[in-house]
Design a protein around this ligand. Structure first.
Ligand code: AMP
Ligand code: MG
Length: 351
C-alpha cells in the first residue's frame, strides 16, 4: 500500500479542507489515518466500523486484548458510546478537551474488538484542532492508539509515524510536533474515587482537587507488578523500548555524571539536562532533555530522543532516574519501561 504524507501547514485553506475530507472518507470507509493529537500521533480508525480495530492491531502488531481509546469531539458525545456519571462530567468540565482518558462502562455500539473484550471503554476528548476536525467531519468517534509499532517509542512527529507505518496505512496528516509528547493520563473511577492507570499531563495533584481520593496503580511505578490480569491490559506489555539498552542511574546529578565518567564504555549516549551537557566525556553522545527541572520539555523530547538513540546505533543510553511526582511521574513511568526496570545506584562501585 502506498502511504501519502500530507503536510497540512503548507496548504491553502481550500486544500486543507480537502485533505481533512479525504481523511474523513478513509475513516468512514474503515481505513486508517495517522493523525496528530496534543499528546502523541494517533493511528485513527472509526470506533463504529467493524473493519477498523482489527486493522489497527495488525498495523501496530499490538496484542488484541490491549483496548483502544475512543476519541470524541465534545465531552457529551460520551453518551453515544458509554454510560456516564456526574464525576465524569465534573472532570470533563475541567480537563476536556485535553490529555485525560476516563474508563466508563461501554454501550453495545462499541465493538468488542475496540474494547479488547472488556465491558468498559476508554474515552478521551482531544484538544488538537486537526484531531477534533477529523472526528467532527467524519461523524465517527475515533479509536486511536499511538501510531507506533507496538513496543517502540510513541510517535511525536509525522516522520516518526511514516517510519513505522509506511506501506501499512494510506494516509498520514502532518500537523507538526506534538505539544505534550507523552500519552494521555488514563483513569478509572469508583464513585468520586479515582485510580491512575497511566500518568500523563493531567497529574495526580490536579485530579486530587476534584476527587476525594486519587490512587496511583502499583504498576505505574513498577512495571513488573502489573501481573497477568492488570487493571489496564496495556500495563503488562513492554513499552517505549529503543534497540539500545537504557540504564537509569539513581543518585544526585553529580553522582550520575561521575558514574558515567567512570563506567560508561562502548558506543553510548546520555539523556542530559541542558545544565550538564558539557559534563560528559567527549565520546558520549549527549542528547538534551531541556532544562533540569523542566519536565514538560523532558516529556516533549523523550520519545524523539529514544528514536535518535537508535538512529545513532547506540549500545547503551544512560539517564537519571527522575522524581515520581507531578508531571515527572509521567516521564518516570515511560523511562522505567524504556529501561525495562534497569536501575543502577550511581553512588555504588565508584572508583
Ligand atoms: P494507547 O492506545 O497506546 O494510548 O494505550 C491505551 C492505554 O489505555 C493502554 O494501556 C490500555 O490498556 C488502556 N485502556 C484502554 N481501554 C481500557 C479499558 N477499557 N480499561 C482499562 N484500560 C484501558
Ligand atoms: Mg501506545
Amino acid at each position: 500500500m502506498k502511504t501519502e504524507l500530507i503536510h497540512l501547514s503548507e496548504l491553502s485553506p481550500e486544500a486543507y479542507d480537502k485533505a481533512l475530507e479525504k481523511a474523513a472518507e478513509y475513516i468512514r470507509a474503515g481505513e486508517l489515518v495517522g493523525i496528530p493529537t496534543e499528546t502523541v500521533y494517533g493511528l485513527a480508525g472509526s470506533a463504529y466500523h467493524a473493519d477498523a480495530a482489527p486493522k489497527i492491531f495488525a498495523a501496530k502488531g499490538r496484542p488484541s486484548d490491549n483496548p483502544l481509546i475512543v476519541h470524541i469531539a465534545k465531552s457529551t458525545d460520551a453518551e453515544n458510546i458509554a454510560y456516564t456519571n456526574p464525576v465524569y462530567y465534573k472532570l470533563a468540565e475541567r480537563f476536556m478537551p485535553g490529555p485525560l482518558t476516563i474508563i466508563l462502562p461501554k454501550k453495545p455500539i462499541i465493538p468488542d474488538t475496540v474494547s479488547g473484550g472488556l465491558d468498559t471503554v476508554a474515552v478521551r476528548c482531544p484538544s488538537h484542532p486537526i484531531a477534533r476536525a477529523l472526528i467532527e467531519i467524519s461523524g465517527h468517534p475515533i479509536a486511536a492508539p499511538s501510531a507506533n509499532t507496538s513496543g517502540k517509542p510513541s510517535p511525536t512527529t509525522a516522520e516518526h509515524v511514516y517510519d513505522d507505518m509506511c506501506g501499512k496505512i494510506p494516509l498520514i496528516l502532518d500537523g507538526g510536533p506534538c505539544s505534550i509528547g507523552l500519552e494521555s493520563t488514563v483513569i478509572a473511577l469508583n464513585g468520586d474515587k479515582c485510580t491512575i492507570l497511566r500518568p500523563g499531563a493531567v497529574t495526580e495533584e490536579m485530579l486530587s482537587e476534584l476527587c476525594t481520593s486519587v490512587t496511583v496503580a502499583e504498576a505505574v511505578k513498577s512495571p513488573d507488578k502489573a501481573g497477568s490480569k492488570p487493571l489496564s491490559p496495556g500495563m503488562k506489555y513492554k513499552h517505549y523500548a529503543p534497540n539500545c539498552q537504557v540504564v537509569l542511574l539513581d543518585g544526585t546529578e553529580d553522582e550520575c555524571i561521575a558514574y558515567i565518567q567512570n563506567h560508561a564504555s562502548g558506543k553510548y549516549g546520555v539523556l542530559a539536562a541542558d545544565e550538564n551537557t558539557n559534563a560528559y566525556p567527549e565520546k558520549a553522545h549527549v542528547l538534551s532533555l531541556g532544562g533540569r527541572d523542566d519536565y514538560a520539555e523532558h516529556c516533549r523530547r523523550l520519545f524523539d530522543l529514544l528514536r535518535k538513540a537508535d538512529e545513532l546505533q547506540l549500545e547503551t543510553l544512560y539517564a537519571r532516574l527522575p522524581e515520581e511526582k507531578g508531571l515527572a511521574l509521567a516521564y518516570y513511568n515511560r523511562i522505567i519501561r524504556a529501561a525495562g526496570g534497569n536501575i543502577v545506584k550511581a553512588n555504588e562501585n565508584l572508583k
